[in-house]
Design a protein around this ligand. Structure first.
Ligand SMILES: [Cu+2]
Length: 183
């Protein structure tokens, strides 16, 4: 039987591994031909890329001219920044795609969203999830299957809690491992 200290250490390692994200790709919004501006067609831009968990968007713009407001679908559809999810104003804003499903960004300067400064990004599983392995169901078919046993993650539709599910199931798996070690 392992000492309590070693088991504790193992638990820490396993849980830490569960929270580790594999770093993904970084995409400059609108690049290579544009940026976060009033000329780029973001529907076309986003549809040219498969976004995966762990990837990163970088909005590059003059903060004197624009900003970035993450909004809900309703805010996106209505071009309303009245109920923001998050606001970015540095001119070099990195946003990590850390959950499955769609996310919505608009420019909060009056008129800019209606002129086309609005971006919808849909994030799929990719290879970053989950570190412990498992099956990721993000609505694409077939589901992404990652080979190591032990962790199953899924996201219900619409958008949401793929990572949260992973953490829960990973914690359950960790508990099983500890029980096995104690036998
Ligand atoms: Cu703007």
């Amino acid at each position: 039987m392992m000492s309590l200290e070693r088991m504790s250490l193992l638990a820490v390692v396993v849980v830490a591994a569960a929270f580790t994200t594999v770093s993904g790709a970084s995409y400059g919004v609108g690049e290579p031909n544009g940026g976060w501006d009033m000329q780029t067609n973001y529907t076309a831009w986003a549809s040219s890329i498969n976004f995966h968990l762990g990837d990163q968007l970088v909005f590059k713009y003059s903060p004197a001219a624009h900003d970035v407001v993450e909004v809900t679908k309703a805010g996106y559809d209505a071009c309303s920044a009245a109920s923001p999810v998050a606001i970015h104003r540095t001119g070099q804003d990195a946003v990590e795609l850390n959950r499955l499903g769609s996310r919505y960004f608009i420019c909060g300067v009056p008129g800019h969203c209606n002129a086309g400064m609005k971006l919808q990004v849909r994030t799929r599983c990719g290879s970053a999830l989950p570190p412990g392995g498992g099956v990721c169901l993000d609505g694409s078919s077939p589901p992404t299957i990652i080979s190591s046993p032990g962790v199953i993650s899924y996201s219900s539709s619409p958008a949401s809690s793929g990572i949260f599910s992973t953490v829960i199931v990973t914690m359950a798996a960790t508990t099983v491992i500890l029980i096995l070690l104690m036998v």
